[in-house]
Design a protein around this ligand. Sequence first.
Ligand code: SF4
Ligand code: SF4
Ligand code: FES
Length: 282
Amino acid sequence: MQFSLNGRNIAAEPGETVLSVARKNGVFIPTLCHHDAVSPSGACRLCVVQVSSGERSRIVSSCLYAPSENDRVETDTERVRKVRRMVLELLLARCPTVELIRDLARAYGIQRSRFTDGAGPSEERCVLCGLCVRVCDEVVGRHAISHAKRGIQRKITTAFDTQADECIGCGACVRICPTGALHYEDLPEQKQPERVMVELHTRVPLVRCSDCGRAFASPALFEHVSKSVNVPPTTLAACPACRSKSFAATAAQNPPSAPAFARAHARTYQSQLLASINEESS
Ligand code: SF4
Ligand code: SF4
Ligand code: FES
């Protein structure tokens, strides 16, 4: 399937979005709510492009729109820039201190938003992109958080703003958040070490690494990873750093054959996939 992207004839797979094709072909389109690990949602409208077919042209979200044969897609027309400026002004009014939003706004010539309410700078950091909710639902499979309320009170939270027992403290939501609106704090010195998901009203107990003693992950995360990659939870009892050391030491003593090494590495990689996101807390 062929379409025109900024005047160049480009091939696309059926169903492939404009954003995906643009990225493959080195064409920059700004995004906020898009991440390859989760399904697109069209929440931010920053990725808009102009699509013309015949005499008609319209503005669409490039992260959702799959072009049709002979569409003419433009990624940086004045009409596109006007929509992006409006989106950024609204985001800047909501989150004036978020560096990413300020940088994007500056790139589109916006120094301050017309929509500020005069009540002084807001400390709000959440742009409601929904990436955290989607990663928790689609990748981690825990459904611990969601959007709540409407209008300017809309926010990301747990059910009834209380402890989410579904949360395993994996930190995927924190890592995917583009604006730093979510964070966690580990309390490793407590008798029972805990991870506090600060904005999510949730505390998750942590266990200590069987080798170095560092509190690094929750039992629920072990169980989750163990089921996902089909390894016994005991295999995960050491933290990622200690597991890597022990793997390297074993490999040095008994160099595995190439296929065995590939299999072992794949297993290690998979089992570390979720657990390794706790490494930052070390
Ligand atoms: S830390 Fe909790 S809320 Fe965040 S992705 Fe993991 S399970 Fe979901
Ligand atoms: S907390 Fe972060 S990831 Fe979640 S909706 Fe807000 S800005 Fe997006
Ligand atoms: S990146 Fe497409 S709507 Fe947000």
